[in-house]
Design a protein around this ligand. Sequence first.
Ligand code: NCD
Ligand code: ZN
Ligand code: ZN
Length: 409
Amino acid sequence: MIIRNAKFYLGGRVVKKDILIEKGKIAGFGKFKGEAMDAEGLFALPGLIDPHVHLRDPGMTHKEDFETGTRAALAGGCTTVLDMPNTRPPCTSLSEYRKKKEIAKRKALCDYGLHFGASGSNIQGVKKARPRSLKLYMGESTGRMHAGNMLTLWRHFSNFPKNRPLIVHAEDQETLAAMKKEGRGRPEAAEKIGVEKARILAQEADRVIYFAHTTLFETVHLAKIWKKSLIEVSPHHLFLSREKDGKRLKEFSKVYPPLRSEGERRELWGALYHVDAVGSDHAPHTPAEKRKGAAGFPGLETSLSLFLDAYNRGEVELPWIIDRMAESPARIFGLKSKGRIDKGYDGDITLVDLKEEWKVKADEFASKCGWTPYEGFRLKGKVKKVVLRGKLAADESGVTGKTKGKNVL
Ligand code: NCD
Ligand code: ZN
Ligand code: ZN
């Protein structure tokens, strides 16, 4: 495949060249003869890697499944997704891990990896499965698989291989439970205490720790006291706030950790350079389930465009977007052939029109859940074509359905 006249970053500078992809790998840059995909006027980003998605398969496939979820990923410019273990049954044993790998292999249209889950009783199970990453919920969230007591935490922190990412949802269970009794909802204190506990334990165990969906300037800095802490932020905590969007979204505004105040949302932007990765935390639920209190937002089809829109307003630079949404997740999760437009890397390319404006409409989305917290937003910056290992995966008329994902973790 030849991608003609794309603009992209090469060796730190923007260039305009053809990109040659052979046998699924980037083979060279320059001028090439022959039939080509026209990318005149478009910017090429490395295919994005979303390290935090909930594709709900198996067990909750009325919300999403591996096919619709990876369609949503491709439509949003992601060529690799890393799926969370709070499926049903949870992915906390070798047998469930194997079953889920089979499902993904059969249905996925983009590349994927599966995070294994930590439970209160599966230290041996984790050892047997030898996963590349482990997800631990300190506090209760969708799927109720929290493993937050100190002994369980310590066992997972000290037993899981120290250089592999231990992904932590760091809202402290004891704080959540106490505050709930006091009628105080889900306070910031739960995140502050959770991050402090996890950071201290990671330090004690001398290990890498990855903080999922961090929401506060303060917790970013608390986490970073430890040099092996990695920080993820999710778009909704940067683009939505309690005051601004809570009223509009009503019961649809529920997400864990919750939307914060407008002041805190702005402060989080001030911590951006300490952030290591963006994870959409794509957590689809049906509208009926949202009305009954389900927590979580779909995010795959809006994540990149929200950041491109922010880029157009001068709030973030393109190299930051490329690094935190592709190169850095690849490095963190050990995806050696992903995350960069360079010779020898996988031919995963997301072509965007940086200036095109579009209006968010959930009924045009590929996700099964049928709603988005960004309904009606006008965003500047749009995904135009997506290439997965040298094959066209999506274009203006939608996801082609002709690609097949493979396991990369
Ligand atoms: C997520 C879900 O629904 O799976 N919900 C959420 O509010 N973020 C779970 C999670 O990421 O904690
Ligand atoms: Zn979480
Ligand atoms: Zn999540």
